[in-house]
Design a protein around this ligand. Structure first.
Ligand code: KG4
Ligand code: ZN
Length: 343
């Protein structure tokens, strides 16, 4: 069965055709990063307008690159939230129009369910339950996933999301948006020298004993205080990137391992844009070996926003009877744990 996935929740206009929830026939992403870069972050109005311009060409390209026609599509899976409401509306409206005109079933997918779908693309045989760490520009959450639409929230950030902290820290050092991949690269390049030259020490926020919540605003402020008034040579920028990344990754990994232990889970899934971070990936891999759990992380291009991941989850939701009516509407706030089959 072929699923057409559509994703427009933030600053990527994306469409993909996926066969049986696991074989990616096409995966088209039109990124707006260049449009937003000069503002140092995403401007919602600009995002909505760019989605309007891009949605039809992206849909056409996804279909033609897959070698399929609209009449071959068994269901259309679309992200309905959380995200920017104007951006979401473009994808949902296009999905509804196509579903109505071509008599194709429609499936609304939560954006976090979409990120989870990327792990299913990577390991289609993956069994539930599992613990999932979702780390992106908008989210830092730990969930216990018993099954589709059976999600227990274990913890979440109390302030900034991990990706947001990466982006803000990069911005205050004058590095380009989005900051995550830039800090990842600089920290990696600098890593061998960092321990020799010393440098700043930033706090790790573990919060109350046993808490699976996160906080990144203190880390961000510590970087701000260190950077303010200092001559930022390439070496200093390297040291700050390295120490910031070590601090963020250490907390993300320790809390994820704690969640796996608390739930006695056999598998940890890491998903979302920050899961493409090289330091986080290798630290999670070491932790999985030390603690004896299976780790599933999608390849980096499926970690950041795309529509193949939406189609992968949409396929499984459709099989479970979660088709939506044409009254489907996007919601800017749409908690995972409130998702119900049929809506
Ligand atoms: O999942 P995503 O594409 O969009 C949201 O749903 O938010 O995540 C985007 C976020 C941005 O904050 C970006 O800086 C971050 O993911 N990111 C990274 C890396 N690649 C993307 N953060 C750290 N290291 C990376 N390699
Ligand atoms: Zn995302």
């Amino acid at each position: 069965m072929y699923i057409l996935g559509i994703e427009t929740s933030c600053d990527e206009t994306a469409a993909a055709v996926v066969e049986d929830g696991s074989v990616v026939l096409s995966n088209v992403i039109s990124s707006q990063v260049d449009l937003h870069r000069k503002w140092g972050g995403i401007v919602p109005e600009i995002a909505s307008r760019a989605h309007m311009e891009n949605i039809m060409p992206v849909l056409h390209e996804a279909l033609s690159a897959s070698g399929k026609r609209l009449s071959d599509i068994g269901a259309i899976a679309v992200t309905i939230g959380p995200g920017l409401i104007g951006a979401l509306l473009v994808g949902v409206s296009a999905a509804k129009a196509m579903a109505y005109s071509a008599h194709i079933p429609l499936v609304g997918v939560n954006h976090i369910e979409g990120h989870m779908g990327a792990a299913l693309l990577e390991s289609p045989d993956m069994q539930m339950p599992f613990v999932m760490l979702v780390v992106s520009g908008g989210h830092t959450h730990l969930y216990y996933v018993r099954g589709f639409r059976d999600y227990e929230k274990l913890g979440q950030t109390r302030d900034d999301a991990a990706g947001e902290a990466y982006d803000k820290v990069a911005k205050l050092m004058g590095l380009p948006y989005p900051g995550g991949p830039v800090i990842d690269r600089i920290a990696g390049e600098y890593a061998p020298r960092a321990s020799v030259n010393g440098g700043p020490k930033f706090p790790r926020a573990y919060l109350e004993a046993g808490s699976l919540d996160f906080s990144f605003s203190g880390l961000k402020t510590a970087v701000l205080n260190y950077v303010r008034g200092r001559d930022m040579s390439d070496e200093t920028i390297g040291l700050v990137c390295r120490e910031f990344q070590d601090a963020a990754v250490e907390v993300l990994v320790k809390k994820s391992v704690q969640a796996v232990k608390n739930k006695n889970a056999g598998t940890l899934v890491a998903a979302g844009g920050v899961a493409s971070n090289s330091a986080l990936r290798s630290a999670l891999l070491s932790a999985s070996r030390e603690n004896g759990f299976r780790l599933v992380i999608p390849r980096p291009e499926f970690c950041t926003d795309n529509a193949a991941m939406v189609a992968a989850s949409g396929y499984r939701l459709f099989k479970l009877g979660a088709a939506s009516g044409l009254d489907l509407n996007p919601q800017a706030n749409l908690p995972m744990e409130k998702m119900k089959t049929g809506g």
